[in-house]
Ligand binder design. Structure first.
Ligand code: SF4
Length: 238
């Protein structure tokens, strides 16, 4: 077994994965990850967007009963819940967990005021996404994410293995070299379910109050928190 990369021994690791396979290294990375970490030590945190569909399909080829967590803020589009149901039906052995925040939307409104996402989206994301993921990642050595380098300037330097200072573990990103066109070619070739909002100019899909369709010339994440200056929910920032 390859020595497990941990937050503590991170300094020992260097670039170890080839990228010249048919999946641009993604399958090699996943095979390494599930070989290296015990199953209770690794989880894929999935948004169930287009990249997630590719990643789930690749993961189930390597680890059919992998643990996948969806951060269910209670504010997702119906189409997002539909695609989760479809993926569960397609891959029934996968363990897909819908992780909810400790406080309901009503409790959030009572404590912070209504529509917190309009006044303080960072606080809202912290309550409904960051804390639940932190709870999930407690005592886990690694998590998987579907980040791609071309998605945004803030993701351009992502590596296959990343030291995650926020969650104090290793973040594994198998799809860093994939383009948007390659994601869709894979989905079509494999005839995989996908969020139908992608057919209506929603390249990146989060909670409905914070996601808008974008024009053809917009970058893929331009529809997220439009006009607020916010570009990330906080899971991928220090
Ligand atoms: S994306 Fe918007 S609604 Fe969802 S948790 Fe973040 S601020 Fe709240």
């Amino acid at each position: 077994m390859t020595e497990t990369v941990t937050y503590q021994n991170w300094s020992q690791i260097s670039g170890i994965f080839p990228i010249l396979d048919e999946t641009k290294g993604a399958r090699s990375v996943l095979e390494w990850a599930y070989r290296s970490y015990p199953e209770e030590q690794i989880v894929y945190a999935s948004s169930f967007g287009a990249e997630a569909i590719v990643l789930i399909d690749l993961i189930q080829q390597v680890k059919p009963d992998a643990h996948i967590v969806f951060l269910d803020t209670g504010l997702h589009f119906p189409e997002t819940y539909e695609v989760i149901d479809k993926m569960e039906a397609r891959f029934p052995i996968l363990r897909i967990e819908r992780k909810q925040p400790k406080i309901s939307l009503d409790e959030q409104s009572a404590e912070y005021g209504s529509a917190l996402w309009k006044r303080d989206p960072n606080q809202c994301c912290h309550i409904r996404k960051v804390i639940p993921l932190k709870e999930t990642l407690t005592a886990k050595q690694a998590w998987i994410s579907g980040l791609r380098r071309e998605q945004s300037p803030t993701r351009a330097n992502t590596e296959f293995l990343n030291k995650d200072e926020k969650f104090e573990n290793i973040k594994i990103c198998p799809l860093i070299h994939w383009t948007w066109d390659e994601v869709w070619s894979y989905i079509k070739e494999r005839d995989l379910p996908y969020n139908t909002l992608h057919d209506h100019q929603y390249p990146s899909i989060g909670c409905f109050p914070c996601t808008q369709p974008v024009g053809d010339d917009g970058d893929s994440r331009a529809g997220r928190w439009t006009g607020s200056g916010k570009t990330e929910c906080g899971l991928h920032t220090r």
